[in-house]
Structures are given as C-alpha cells and as structure tokens.
Design a protein around this ligand. Structure first.
Ligand code: FMN
Length: 202
C-alpha cells in the first residue's frame, strides 16, 4: 500500500474484451468521480491486460510480464472499483479470472484487500443478471477481506443506457456511478484519514 503523504489511490478493474464495453464505460465514470473526490486513480481494463488464465501453484514471475504489471498496479490500491458485464446470469469469466490473480496479494501488508474499500458495478442486457453479478463479486470482496462500498450499481439493459461512444443517456445511472466513486473515496478515507481531503458531494 502507498504510504505517507501520497494521496489516496483508487484502482478500477473491469470491462470485457468487447471494444465498446459498457462495463468499462461504467467503470471509467465511477473512477472519474473518485478522482473528483480527491483520489488518484488507475484504470485497468481486462481488454488492455488480456490476462492469461490463472494457474494455481504457478509463480508470478512464471507468467508473462503483463501479469506482474497488473498485480503491482493492484497492490498500489487503497481502494478499488470493480465493474463487470453479466454473462450467463453472473459475472463474466474474464472478470473473475482477473480477481483470481488477487491470490498474489496474500503477501501484501495487510494481506489481500484488507482495509481496502471495493465499489461494485455491473452491466447486463436483461433485467436480473447485473444484480447476480454484483452479488457474486460481493462474495469475492469479502473472501479477500475487503470492505464493500455501501452502494451497488447494477445497470439493466445497458444497451439503452449508453450511446455508441460511451456517453450515458440516463441521468439516473450517471448519478449513481458518480455517487459510487465518491462513496468509495469517502469510505476509504476512514481507513486512511491522513491521505485525503475529501471533496464535498458526488
Ligand atoms: C456470452 C454472453 C452472455 C451473456 N449473458 C447474459 C445474461 O445471462 N443476462 C443478461 O442480462 N445479459 C447477458 N449478456 C449481455 C451482457 O451482459 C450485456 O451486453 C453487457 O452490457 C455486456 O457488457 P460489455 O458491454 O461490457 O461487454 C450476455 C452477453 C454475452 C456476450
């Protein structure tokens, strides 16, 4: 974890391998709000990293270098935002695979995601699966000893919410994603009070 006078740092992971990914756009929106709240931010999309499949027992340096870069950037997180697409009724495998690599945070100090707040968002084509995806990610947050942010943004029928360039057409969802970014910083600041002067409001 970053120390001393450095600002609170929020790392976003998510999106899909789709070039125009609604879950990546949702992530970017929430992360920008975290930045406006006073944090430094880092956006890690699965499309950029193209991680291989996690293999138990394989050392970090046995993977291609992009995996080491992914983990070192995740290690810098004081807080995180995860955003997934819903596939087959739950979180997309590509997101879960990225989370599986967090096994390498077992030797972080403190371990895994302890003392880190994690905000959760998901997009889906239908009405239900984004909620399932959030609930599935919630299990991962707590199993990694993280602290879930007290707002979930599950966006149904995402094709009606974003235009083709990633602009949000529905103010309700824009506001919720902004609020998520702000809340992540607000709650993370309780773990790291010396690291942030919180900007007011979402
Ligand atoms: C393989 C696959 C499975 C999907 N399964 C579901 C599903 O079970 N329920 C649902 O509501 N949408 C489902 N969708 C639609 C996606 O959740 C939706 O298009 C989402 O916005 C995609 O996110 P992205 O734009 O970040 O790729 C599926 C899409 C794909 C490609």
């Amino acid at each position: 974890m970053a120390l001393g006078s450095e600002r609170l740092h929020v790392v976003g992971i998510g999106g899909t391998l789709r070039a125009s990914s609604t879950s990546a756009w949702a992530l970017e929106r929430a992360l920008n709000a975290a930045g406006r709240a006073g944090a430094t931010t880092d956006l890690l999309t699965v499309n950029e990293f193209r991680l291989p499949i996690y293999e138990p027992g394989k050392a970090l340096d046995e993977y291609e270098p992009i995996v080491g870069e992914f983990i070192s950037r995740v290690r810098r997180a004081d807080a995180m935002i995860w955003s997934t697409a819903a596939y087959q009724g739950t979180l997309a495998g590509v997101t879960k695979n990225a989370i599986d690599f967090f096994q390498f945070l077992s030797d972080s100090e403190p371990p895994y995601l302890q003392n880190r707040v994690v905000g959760l968002a998901a997009t889906a084509g239908g009405d239900i699966a984004a909620v399932n995806a959030i609930n599935a990610m919630l299990h991962s947050v707590t199993s990694l000893r993280g602290t879930p942010a007290p707002l979930f943004v599950a966006i149904p029928q995402a094709h009606n919410v974003f235009d083709k360039r990633g602009n949000i057409l529905d103010k309700k969802w824009a506001d919720r994603l902004d609020q998520l970014g702000w809340l992540v910083v607000d709650h993370a600041s309780r773990f790291h009070p010396a690291r942030i002067e919180l900007a007011l409001g979402a």
